[in-house]
Design a protein around this ligand. Structure first.
Ligand SMILES: Nc1ncnc2c1ncn2[C@@H]1O[C@H](COP(=O)(O)OP(=O)(O)OP(=O)(O)O)[C@@H](O)[C@H]1O
Ligand SMILES: Nc1ccn([C@H]2C[C@H](O)[C@@H](COP(=O)(O)O)O2)c(=O)n1
Length: 227
């Protein structure tokens, strides 16, 4: 970790566009990118591979320490996530992996075990960090903080389109239910719940295209930092 490196945190609920916007903004700024949700998803997947029950908190904490997680871009520049030596990217992006990640993310010791693994991404020239608690817990001193939202209906529609484009069979109603359930679990947990940092700029992306959101976020970065 390099505490002199500027950080832009982008938090928000599932489907608000954090990953998409963060990647583009990081590329534009030439900064590093942290997909913190991928860490929780990776632990959830590793736990599944090891047949660990999602109610077995102590086994999940051990699994968090034991799981090796790596990030790399493939030849086409697409981000891949390597879990215990295996490319788990496709499995990682499923709604099942998202729900498992959300469940284990409520365990305080799992969150504590992942703290330093997130903070090491803070390197010069800067970091764009996407998640639920980037601005509140992991990088509270970030120079720039954004909280993205969008209506649940629009988020479900975005996810529906994304999965349909990939040939995954889903229903809009089912996705909406999953999104609402994940929102509720992420926002109601006792430790590091999903919420905007007091000093975050909130951007409602409902009805806004990706380019429009990117422009608004870059505008936040161009303002003098509060910290
Ligand atoms: N402003 C936008 N307008 C239209 N589509 C968008 C917008 N932002 C993101 N999308 C699309 O919505 C889908 C979900 O976006 P993305 O995966 O970035 O959300 P996320 O907040 O990172 O979700 P999760 O927390 O579940 O990983 C993607 O297909 C993405 O291209
Ligand atoms: N900083 C974070 C990132 C993620 N989580 C948990 C809660 C999410 O529902 C789940 C998957 O995240 P996603 O990949 O959809 O961003 O992981 C968290 O608690 N804190």
């Amino acid at each position: 970790m390099d505490t002199t490196a500027p950080v832009l945190t982008i938090d928000g609920p599932s489907g608000s566009g954090k990953g998409t916007i963060s990647r583009i903004v990081a590329q534009r700024l030439g900064w590093h990118y942290l997909d913190s949700g991928a860490l929780y998803r990776a632990v959830g997947i590793a736990a599944g591979w090891a047949d660990i029950d999602l109610s077995d908190a102590s086994a999940l904490v051990r699994c968090t320490f034991d799981t090796e997680i790596g990030f790399r871009d493939d030849a086409a520049g697409e981000p891949r996530v390597i879990v215990n030596g295996l490319d788990a990217t496709d499995e990682l992006r499923t709604e099942t992996a998202g729900a498992a990640a959300s469940a284990i993310a409520a365990i305080p010791e799992v969150r504590a075990a992942l703290k330093d693994r997130q903070r090491v991404f803070r390197q010069l020239p800067g970091l764009v960090a996407d998640g639920r608690d980037m601005g509140t817990v992991i990088f509270p001193d970030a120079a720039h903080k954004v909280f993205l939202t969008a209506s649940a209906d629009e988020r479900a529609e975005r996810r529906y389109k994304q999965l349909k484009d990939k040939g995954v069979s889903v229903t809009l109603d089912g996705l909406l239910r999953e999104i609402l359930a994940r929102d509720a679990r992420d926002a109601s947990r006792a430790v590091a719940p999903l919420r905007p940092a007091d000093d975050a700029v909130r951007i409602d992306t409902t009805g806004l295209g990706i380019d429009g959101v990117v422009a608004l976020v870059l505008d936040v970065v161009s303002r003098p930092s509060a910290s």
